[in-house]
Ligand binder design. Structure first.
Ligand SMILES: [Zn+2]
Length: 310
């Protein structure tokens, strides 16, 4: 099975690639804080290695001036991969947030745009049921906006997965054969969740949403979003998190007001990544609520989308 090949790759790379082995061992000792919200909890992870991603310059000039680290020719010699359907290569991410963290670049150097690739995300989620597959848009946390890629992390780590099953924050808005649409309330960020076993219907409803969102953000390469997708008991679970801002004001602030946090799928899934120790210690409930309200759409702002896609 494909998952077995990925397990083998993972174990082999930890032994044969010193940088990866060291970084995964360090992750076992990583500091975690828990912050309580009304009925749910978020984790804060102090992860200095992630500074290269959180503070990555993603303007076209900086991107054009560096060799692309996702192209096969530029990868470290120790980094081996497993091909997926002759279209993607599954790699171990050497700067992990998850106990098992994969980067899954396209075999072609082509822009980070989800439009035609959403179905591939579902195929990958089905092939890797032990993982949550995630997508960061080119202005929503991807540090290589010029090279299409997904990432994946072991299931069970992101609080959003468990919170979705608790019935406390979600309402089922629509249920047709093989497709359900869910709305979230009191969870601090607007999320559209699709579940179901019918892949074609899931893709159709995603495309409807995407078209509608493109009208609202026509000046961008694609509407801003993060997506998390996984597959369990014959169904996909897909959390779509529309965005309105790349980085919050705290990112650009000076002195003690500064917090280096560049929100992406993992943060919005409930694990806040702080590469700087000072931010890890000082970030609090109100900072997180404020940052989420800056970068995400409010739950109420999604009403128009739900009317469109149900
Ligand atoms: Zn590339």
């Amino acid at each position: 099975m494909f998952s077995d090949q990925i397990d083998e790759l993972f174990n082999a790379q930890l032994n044969e690639w010193e940088l990866a082995g060291t970084n995964y061992r360090q992750l076992e000792r990583v500091e975690i804080r828990k912050i309580e919200f009304d009925g749910f909890r978020m984790l804060v992870q102090f992860n200095p290695e992630r500074i290269r991603s959180s503070a990555a310059k993603v303007d076209s000039k900086s991107i054009g001036a560096r060799p692309c680290f996702l192209c096969a020719v530029n990868r470290p010699v120790q980094q081996r991969g497993v091909s997926f359907e002759n279209e993607f290569t599954v790699l171990l991410n050497p700067f992990p947030i998850f106990r098992k963290h994969l980067t899954i670049p396209s075999d072609r150097h082509t822009d980070q745009l989800i439009g035609k690739n959403f179905g591939k995300m579902l195929t990958l989620a089905e092939a890797l049921p032990a993982f949550t597959i995630f997508y960061n848009g080119p202005q929503c946390g991807a540090s290589a906006p010029d090279h299409f890629h997904f990432q994946a992390g072991n299931r069970g780590f992101l609080p959003i997965e468990k919170d979705f099953t608790r019935d406390k924050f979600t309402t089922l808005l629509s249920s047709k054969q093989g497709l359900e649409i869910w709305q979230w309330k009191n969870y601090l960020r607007g999320i559209i969740t699709l579940t179901g076993s019918d892949k074609a219907k899931l893709i159709t409803v995603f495309n409807h949403f995407f078209e509608k969102f493109t009208f609202i953000q026509p000046e961008r390469p694609e509407p801003m979003l993060n997506i998390l997708a996984y597959h369990a008991v014959g169904s996909w679970i897909i959390h779509i998190i529309p965005r309105k801002l790349h980085r919050p004001s705290q990112f650009f602030a000076d002195g003690s007001a500064q917090i280096i946090l560049s929100p992406a799928s993992v943060d919005l899934g409930g694990v806040i990544i702080t590469p700087r120790e000072e931010d890890f210690h000082k970030i609090n409930h109100d900072d997180i609520a404020d940052i989420f309200s800056q970068v995400c759409l409010e739950e109420d702002e999604l009403a128009g989308f739900f009317n469109e896609i149900i």
